[in-house]
Design a protein around this ligand. Structure first.
Ligand code: ADP
Ligand code: MG
Length: 245
């Protein structure tokens, strides 16, 4: 018997006026996995996260957290059910310290204002920024801010973390540190869905990869299988259809 997936996306579509940003996409995310979503710019990766977190309403289809339908719920309700998103552009309270920023996540998260000190300390540890606890957020580097963003998300006690390009703009050392953070988060029982462009990191950390291209799910599977998939290679390299076959 296989465990129930934590997240299910069923025949999800999203149109922006003329543009189909998400086209009849269905998949499930296994509980406790790291699942990466890859695809060229404009493929619909961030739109997918917006649809899961309730920032956008789908044109058709639905999103489920275990047996709970998320589609139609407001964003704060979805967050309270345990879905957290770490944004590509981290927006901390710049005048607050790192620990104060993380405490905000703990206060407004899934468990509410319960065990806030413990949730805050755990999040700082997992994100590898306990040593920065009393620094003002405005003094952090871009890499440190990304870790703060993950810490804030974890502090909510989410059991599903959506990370949208957490390594964008980071150097190789910082990228490796962020990938380690995601591994630790997963080891603590949090399921991770990752959007990331750095292919070596994606290949190394992912249990499963979903590939979007122009709003369609063109491939899914284990990293090695996806990397060898001709449609995936074509989507990335822009191989003209005439040159295939
Ligand atoms: P990705 O994150 O994969 O780079 P996005 O999901 O951001 O791609 O965008 C997918 C497509 O949808 C793009 O063509 C983008 O311009 C369009 N899009 C995204 N959000 C909106 C929006 N709020 N209004 C109109 N078009 C949008
Ligand atoms: Mg995006």
């Amino acid at each position: 018997m296989t465990a129930e997936p934590i997240l299910r996306v069923e025949r999800l579509s999203k149109n922006f006026r003329g543009l189909q940003a998400m086209a009849d996409v269905s998949f499930a995310v296994e509980t406790g996995s790291i699942t990466s979503v890859i695809g060229p710019n404009g493929a619909g990766k961030s739109t997918l996260f917006n649809l899961v977190t309730g920032y956008l309403a789908p044109t058709a289809g639905s999103v489920w957290l275990r047996r709970q339908r998320l589609t139609g719920l407001p964003t704060n309700r979805i967050a309270a059910l345990g879905v957290a998103r770490a944004f590509q552009i981290a927006k901390p309270f710049r005048d607050l310290s790192v620990v104060e920023n993380v405490r905000v996540g703990a206060l407004f998260g899934k468990a509410g204002p319960r065990d806030v000190p413990a949730a805050t300390a755990r999040a700082l540890e997992l994100a590898g920024i306990a040593y920065l606890a009393h620094r003002q957020a405005s003094t952090l580097t871009v890499g440190q801010l990304r870790h703060l963003e993950v810490a804030r998300a974890i502090a909510t006690r989410a059991d599903l973390l959506l990370a949208d390009e957490p390594c964008a703009g980071l150097n190789p050392t910082e990228t490796a540190a962020m990938i380690d953070v995601l591994r630790r988060v997963r080891a603590e029982g949090v399921t991770v869905v990752l959007v990331e462009h750095d292919m070596p990191s994606v290949m190394e950390v992912s249990d499963r990869i979903l590939v979007l291209d122009a709003g369609r799910l063109i491939a899914e599977g284990a990293p090695e299988a996806v990397a060898a998939d001709e449609r995936v290679i074509a989507a990335y390299l822009g191989t003209p259809e005439a040159e295939e076959a």
